[in-house]
Write a protein that binds this ligand. Sequence first.
Ligand SMILES: C[S@@+](CC[C@H](N)C(=O)[O-])C[C@H]1O[C@@H](n2cnc3c(N)ncnc32)[C@H](O)[C@@H]1O
Length: 246
Amino acid sequence: MGQARMSAPSALLGITSHWVHFDAFAALCYAHAHIGFTLYFAGACDMGWREKQAFFDQLADSWEAMERPDMLARLTDIITGLGIPPAARVLDVGCGAGVLFGLLRPLLGKDGRLVGLDISRRMLRHAVARGGADLCIQADAEHPPLRDRTFDWIICNAVFPHFTDSVATLRALRRCLTSNGTLVICHANGREAINAIHRQAGGAVAQDCLPDPAALTVLLRQAGLHPVHVVDSTDRYVVIAQPARE
Ligand SMILES: C[S@@+](CC[C@H](N)C(=O)[O-])C[C@H]1O[C@@H](n2cnc3c(N)ncnc32)[C@H](O)[C@@H]1O
């Protein structure tokens, strides 16, 4: 199903009434002017993610309580080790309750831009309350309502296994990356542990599987990306990729 483009004024009205809002008017004006995002009706998008949205919506209120100190320490290590420079434009895909916001904001400073994107409105409500992002958008990562070549960094933390069509989603994210931008797929847990958690959780995520780096490399290449750094250890998984040269 296609997506419906809204005019700028109705986009502003639409986002304040139906989408996640924080400092709504200022944020939207800012987003429109600086990030160049184009707003789409969520309802006109592919509905493949609805089941997952419901799954994560019902976990949202307890999500922050599940952020364990050891996991946060590894996440801090992963994010600070990326070398994201001040003033970078960063997209946090599947931002959930905004666990990365507090790590990224100090790195980016006042000139950087941080946008969180998630399908779960309830998760986003917590992310907005936590603060740190310039804008939070409720959207499917496969159809990001964002302009081409907008972000220097796109971070997919603990979300890749949940994408319905991994290659289509990677392609869509690549479109949003600048030509020398960087895509990060990371987890602050090992691959086997992640896959076991999904199997045990069951329901909408039971089949969601984090591929080994060789399989992920195939998917990245199909999406026009190539891996430049891979860690697949017992306590973390980090794959860093950049757009392939055409
Ligand atoms: C396991 S949680 C991780 C949240 C956060 N990144 C963290 O580390 O706490 C996965 C998040 O990805 C979101 N998500 C799943 N599929 C998505 C998709 N196709 N597009 C955008 N967000 C998605 C879920 O709503 C959920 O908030």
